[in-house]
Each structure stands twice: as structure tokens, then as C-alpha cells.
Design a protein around this ligand. Structure first.
Ligand code: S3P
Length: 166
């Protein structure tokens, strides 16, 4: 079984993909983790060392490889909206689940998180980040086979909703 999980930073992709992989007894491949493993750099260090454009190229190659694997692929927030990735995902037969979070949910979670682990949050600040979120929203929606509103729900509830819609 294959599944792709998309959504903005802080929408819970990694957590939900982990929980879902346990529930369905399938593997979980987290794109950011694959990038970190294969490049030898943490994401913020990669951005700092090579810049975003090179990160996007690395991300694209990693996505191509990850789509060959069975199980759940959780993407980075920016992965599906890059033109080359968008085209790839549109054509890909694997069901895509979009975790849809409000601006408030995203900001609340990211501010609680380690801000430094998100280079774009550091670069854009809260207002810029939310503008980016709004700009990306139509592409997430276009790619989604299933849209789950995640606000105020527990991971178990979200996982159940996804499973019920598969
Ligand atoms: C990014 C999101 C991050 C990571 C990188 C860029 C983005 O992943 O890929 O910092 O462009 O939204 P998460 O969505 O898992 O934080």
C-alpha cells in the first residue's frame, strides 16, 4: 500500500504518518529525514550551506526515489508546490492526503516547536510564513484526494479519519 501525506509546516505530517504507519503496519518514509540521511546535513544546516535552490533539487531527486518505495511518504511542506514535484505528484497514482491546518494552529505549533529547525520560518517571520501558506493552499488542494482538517484533533482521531476515507 502507498500513500502520500502533504501539508504546510506544523500540520503534523510526520506525527500522523508515523501513527498511520503503525496502524496500517506499513513503512513510513519521511522526505526531510531521507534528505538529512543522504546529504549528511540537518535541514537548517543544508539551507545555510547550499541555499534553498539546491535544497529543492536535492528534495526533487529524493522525492523521485521515495515514490518508488512502498508505504507512506510524508513530504516537506514545500515539496508538493515546487513545479517539478507538483507535476510528478499530479501524475502519480498514489492517493494523496492533505493535512489542512488553520493559520492559528500552524503558528501555535511552530512557535512551540524549535523555530530554528525551520529555516523558512526564521527567514520570513510569522507574517511572511502565513502569506506563504496562503499562496501554497490551492496547490495542496489540487493535489489532494483526501483533505483532513486537523485542528484540535488528536493524532488517533486524524488517523481514524484517514483510514475511513481510504
Ligand atoms: C519546508 C518545510 C520543511 C522542510 C524545509 C522547507 C517548506 O518541512 O522541508 O524546511 O518549504 O515548507 P516540514 O513541513 O516537515 O517542516
Amino acid at each position: 500500500m502507498k500513500l502520500i501525506l502533504i501539508g504546510f509546516m506544523g500540520s503534523g505530517k510526520s506525527t500522523i504518518a508515523d501513527a498511520l504507519s503503525h496502524k496500517l503496519a506499513i513503512e513510513h518514509h519521511d522526505l526531510d529525514q531521507l534528505i538529512e540521511k543522504q546529504s549528511g546535513f540537518k535541514i537548517p544546516a543544508y539551507f545555510e550551506q547550499f541555499g534553498e535552490a539546491q535544497f529543492r533539487e536535492f528534495e526533487h531527486q529524493t522525492l523521485i526515489d521515495a515514490l518508488e518505495l512502498d508505504g507512506i511518504v510524508s513530504t516537506g511542506g514545500g515539496t508538493p508546490v515546487q513545479d517539478a514535484n507538483f507535476d510528478l505528484l499530479v501524475q502519480h497514482p498514489t492517493p494523496t492526503v492533505f493535512l489542512n491546518a488553520t493559520d492559528e494552529t500552524v503558528l501555535k505549533r511552530l512557535l512551540k516547536d524549535d523555530v530554528e529547525s525551520r529555516p523558512l520560518f526564521q527567514e520570513l517571520g510569522a507574517t511572511g510564513l502565513i502569506e506563504l501558506k496562503h499562496a501554497r493552499q490551492p496547490k495542496y488542494e489540487q493535489l489532494a484526494d483526501i483533505i483532513i482538517d486537523v485542528n484540535d484533533k488528536t493524532p488517533a482521531q486524524i488517523v481514524d479519519e484517514i483510514v475511513n476515507q481510504l
